[in-house]
Write a protein that binds this ligand. Structure first.
Ligand code: PEP
Ligand code: MG
Length: 546
């Protein structure tokens, strides 16, 4: 039993097996073949290997986790033999003259999208399974080692740090906790862990990473940041009891579902949730959020190996709007750059990427990419209550250009007879000190502000949010940040705009009262924080003196 500690960024406990994150090999490439039959034979042989692996895992799981949990591997074996699945791979090879790996990857995309779109929850769950068997097949085709990440059970992912593009590549259904040697509280790994409702400990140090191996049993306490490798039985029992305690507290919160987000003295506040993609909707609905206050659309781009087309984006936005059934959905336009790098954008290396070409700066210099996204957004707008917001604004000129790009897209759609909603709200993120300081100038131009406290804190305190060495200098309650929010709220209301907060600070219940007294109209948080925030709001009485 060896103990380490880091910083807990999401309070929950996990006990499970470790998978040390191995950096992904190159993505599957499309390669032309003149010998499709050879590729089909390669698939047949890979299938045999995959099938042998699965039956070995099934036997292991049967012994270790029992029949109910082992059944999934039987389902995987059946899926591997499915006629439609196999025909699709063969057809792709024969008609497109492509390599086996590519044909499997395309089939996986199509089938998993098809399952995900089904109404039946059981069938939807098969979407992850189809990806899984396809990944296994591709691993067999490329001869890459199975590694513990392909162990079928849940795993605790341990890594030096995880870039957003790497976290999106993880099979999230299998990840029960994250531990990183480095990383900072506001990093996207930490945000993802909160979104996924799983414990995460960051900054565990290099020694931890050197000590931990694939398959080790590990306890992760996201409350305290404690990590215990190879715990003894008594310790496991103690932590499982803590896990149950957490579950009991969570169950109590369920009673708040369906209750309004209103303070004891009757002030209504909107409590929305943040998502990174269509797969986040389940958690938003399960936690009874009043809407989506931030859809980080860049994850659509991060998950892809090329620019997502207008159609692909349209279908994702439409799905989110339809699922929210008339509740507000605020989609943020592409926010890449800084820590969110995408190879196919070919962004030049920068000395200070957080101060460089990111977010709206990219959109305004690549109008083709911006136009495609805006077209997809406006086309989807007829399926619900859409708001569009622009990140990293620093000037009125940028806002003017964003609004003009929207106007241009609306005119094009009108001319082509393509329907769109006339009621799309347009807003900006207040996440630079510049935007907050000129919020009196910006407010009359837009319908709403949404404060990105992660970046606002980074830029106000001059503390790189990715740099763990300066965490001690980051005072998340710094008066400078709070005053900038307050100033923005006053200016928003003076000019008839509403204001929300969608950065991580929105979930900090020690600030809820202060935010409400500032007049904040909406708080958008990771889905698991919706009910704790509702509880806090309902306990507040703003009629009482400060
Ligand atoms: C923020 O900066 O607070 C924000 C919500 O955006 P992101 O964390 O994606 O940069
Ligand atoms: Mg931001």
């Amino acid at each position: 039993m060896v103990k380490f500690s880091g910083k807990g960024v999401y309070g929950a406990v996990a006990v499970g097996r470790v998978s040390v994150f191995a950096r992904q090999e190159a993505a599957v490439r499309r390669i032309h073949t003149d010998d499709p039959e050879h590729e089909i034979a390669r698939v047949a042989s890979a299938k045999e290997t995959a099938s042998e692996q699965l039956s070995a895992i099934y036997e292991k799981a049967l012994k270790e986790v029992g029949e109910t949990h082992a059944q999934i591997f039987e389902i995987h074996m059946m899926m591997l033999e499915d006629d439609d699945y196999n025909e699709s791979i063969e057809n792709n090879i024969r008609t497109q003259n492509v390599n086996a790996e590519y044909a499997v990857a395309v089939t996986a995309d199509n089938f998993s999208a098809m399952f995900a779109a089904m109404d039946d929850a059981y069938m939807q769950a098969r979407s992850a399974d189809v990806r899984d068997i396809s990944n296994r097949l591709i691993a067999c085709l490329t001869g890459s080692s199975e590694g513990s990440a392909s162990w079928g059970g849940k795993m605790i992912v341990c890594a030096d740090d995880l870039a957003p593009s790497e976290t999106v590549s993880l099979d999230k259904d299998r990840v029960m906790a994250f531990v990183t040697a480095f990383g900072s509280t506001n990093s996207h790994t930490a945000i993802l862990a909160r979104n996924m409702n799983i414990p995460a400990v960051i900054g565990a140090g290099e020694e931890f990473l050197a000590a931990v191996k694939d398959g080790d049993v590990l306890i992760v306490d996201g409350h305290t940041g404690e990590l215990i490798i190879d715990p003894d039985e008594d310790t496991v029992r103690e932590y499982l009891a803590r896990q149950e305690d957490d579950a009991r507290k969570k169950a109590l919160l369920q009673e708040l579902k369906g209750k309004p987000d209103v303070t004891a003295d009757g002030r209504e506040v909107k409590v929305y949730a943040n998502i990174g993609g269509v797969d986040g909707i389940g958690a938003v609905l399960a936690n009874d959020a009043g809407g989506i206050g931030l859809f980080r659309s860049e994850f659509l781009y991060l998950e892809s190996t090329e620019l997502p087309t207008e159609e692909q984006q349209f279908s994702a936005y439409k799905k989110v709007l339809e699922s929210m059934a008339g509740k507000k959905v605020i989609i943020r336009t592409l926010d890449i750059g800084a820590d969110k790098q995408i190879d196919y954008f070919g962004l030049e290396k920068e000395e200070n990427p957080a101060l460089g070409m990111r977010a709206v700066r990219i959109c305004l210099t690549r109008p083709d990419i911006f136009r495609t996204q805006l077209r997809a957004l406006y086309r989807a707008s007829v399926y619900g209550e859409l708001g569009i917001m622009f990140p990293m604004i620093t000037s009125a000129e940028e806002v003017e250009k964003c609004l003009a790009a929207c106007g241009q897209v609306r005119s094009e759609l009108k001319a082509d007879g393509i329907p769109f909603s006339e009621n799309v709200e347009l807003g900006i993120m207040i996440e630079t000190p510049a935007a907050a300081v000129i919020s009196d100038i910006l407010a009359p131009m837009v319908d709403f502000f949404s404060v990105g406290t992660n970046d606002l804190t980074q830029y106000t305190l001059a503390c790189d949010r990715q740099n763990p060495r300066i965490e001690a200098f980051v005072d998340t309650h710094h008066e400078a940040v709070l005053r900038l929010i307050e100033m923005s709220a006053e200016n928003a209301h003076k000019h008839g705009a509403w204001i929300g907060i969608c950065g991580e600070l929105a979930a900090d219940t020690s600030l809820t009262e202060r935010f409400l007294r500032m007049g904040i109209d909406e708080l958008s948080v990771s889905a698991p924080f919706v009910l704790p925030l509702r509880k806090k709001i309902r306990s507040l009485d703003l009629s009482a003196e400060d």
